[in-house]
Design a protein around this ligand. Sequence first.
Ligand code: NAI
Ligand SMILES: O=C1O[C@H](COP(=O)(O)O)[C@@H](O)[C@H](O)[C@H]1O
Length: 255
Amino acid sequence: MDETVLLTGAKGSVGTAIREGLADEYEWRYLFHNPPPFDPDHPYLVGDVTDEALVAEACEDVGAVVHLAGDPRRDAPWDSVLENNIHGTKLLYDAAVDAGVPRFVFASSNHAVGHFETERKPDLYRTDDDFLLDGTELPRPGNHYGVSKAAGETIGRYYHDEYGIDVCNVRIGNLTRDHPPVDYERGQAMWLSYRDCAHLHDCALRADYDYEIVYGISDNDRKYYSLERAKDVLGYEPRDNSAEWDGEKRDAAGE
Ligand SMILES: NC(=O)C1=CN([C@@H]2O[C@H](COP(=O)(O)OP(=O)(O)OC[C@H]3O[C@@H](n4cnc5c(N)ncnc54)[C@H](O)[C@@H]3O)[C@@H](O)[C@H]2O)C=CC1
Ligand SMILES: O=C1O[C@H](COP(=O)(O)O)[C@@H](O)[C@H](O)[C@H]1O
């Protein structure tokens, strides 16, 4: 893509994985919540996604938005997710369609479907359990934060149907740098490595689709989220698998 790509939440963990992995692939415009404590390698704006004038400026002459900004806490209070996640996402969609942006990639979450786990855990976190969610299921949020992510997906559905903007919702699992979460079966089932995170977002910026919900995890043996949609529609080719880690990385033979 030759046009500028707006990346909100650019200083956060997911933003860092994308900036580090795809720095040279796009003409980025970063949106930081606060002045960054480093010298960014691309132009940037500073402010809040609920600032309508700021997001209008941020979306000018943009070919795609990757929207990560929000309160990521699983126990985030309702006031915060309502303002930062739901209202902020709605305002950014408004700005994007007003500016004629053709594509919007939204950071959804595993917590949008968290209550599918309630009657199945801990078995579904284990390799010998066949249960898989594939993105066609209705949301079953596990907390108010998950409600806000399901709302973000639905806001995108509306803006896609009403205005024709391409939308990809990435239900991100558990992003951790260098290795999967230790002593945390759920986290190992939904681990997303930094390089797979960058690659998945690269795919979401390049592929052809209309409205999509995909799971954003590495190809973990323990997974209970299907990767078929991400692979078939986006061309995602994950390279990591939490099963290859046991304190340190093991080779394919498990040694
Ligand atoms: N890290 C993970 O494993 C997962 C992350 N996600 C989602 O991905 C996105 C990024 O998450 P992380 O990078 O982990 O979080 P983070 O907290 O590291 O980064 C989020 C960034 O958004 C900014 N932000 C928050 N509210 C804002 C607002 N109103 N206006 C402008 N900027 C604002 C924060 O200052 C922060 O820099 C979030 O939407 C989160 O819900 C979803 C699933 C898993
Ligand atoms: O949506 C998110 O999910 C991940 C994984 O959830 P957890 O409850 O197993 O930690 C979380 O780490 C991240 O902060 C959150 O935004």
